[in-house]
Design a protein around this ligand. Sequence first.
Ligand code: SF4
Ligand code: SF4
Length: 301
Amino acid sequence: MVNEGLIFDIKRFAIHDGPGIRTTVFLKGCPLRCWWCHNPEGIYPASELMFFEYKCIGCRTCAGVCPAGAIAFENIEHHLDRKKCTGCGVCSEACPTGALKLAGKVITVEGLMQELEKDVLLYDNSGGGVTFSGGEPLLQHRFLMDALRECKKIDLSTALDTSGYASGDVFAAVLDYVDVFLFDLKLAGDREHRKYTGVSNVPIRNNLRMLADTGRGGDVILRLPVVPGITDTEQNIAGLLDFVASLKGIRRIDLLPFHDVYEKYCRLGREYKMPACGVPAPERLKDIKESFERAGFIVKI
Ligand code: SF4
Ligand code: SF4
């Protein structure tokens, strides 16, 4: 058993991550680099610091305790040298205001199960359970498998929120342990997919087809991030419709309207590639919804 994984959050009482009331576990690390990613703290597969500038009172406690000498001050300006930072978290524990927060915490399967079991009554009463999200949870597939097996031992309902980007073997291995798949669908064209996510969509399409071919299409909720000028184009929607119409049994899709998360990228000292595009127009969302409905889908926004 691979006993340890790296997570960056556990969210209780989640109502948008699958059926009922759920606890969502966010695993750190993702092979994709979607321009619009709204969980950038989940991308790198290692602990990293988030700096909330507005909370910093300039007390310099962090600089005093950092064993790597990664924090310095220029007058009152706080500077974090991310090349020196090892992600040890000493500064975030010492910071009196919460201006520094470590994204990434090692947890054992046993420790995780203790957390999940706290809400068993809630899951039972609401038809909910546990959702594994990220990042891309399949990146830590050994830890994920161990956690899924433990969930099944105590009859917990499981959902997997995934980009679908994994080898066929890894994807096939989890199938029997996942009750509901929240499966992202982004760009139909491989060239566009590579441009905006950094990877090919071929493994994703293959895994989704494999899932549909097992007769589990009814357990899949597709999730389409509606990003103005990128995923919401006529051409892309037509391409996605072509593809999903060829998959057996998949009939549900959630549209996830883009929202700007520039601030999150600043906290991580990371480049935000998204051009200013605003949120999707309500009329465009309605058009996309109706396109999928005409093809027989049940669509939620
Ligand atoms: S310890 Fe926290 S509040 Fe104090 S200087 Fe460092 S980041 Fe700012
Ligand atoms: S996480 Fe550790 S290494 Fe990085 S700045 Fe804080 S104390 Fe220094």
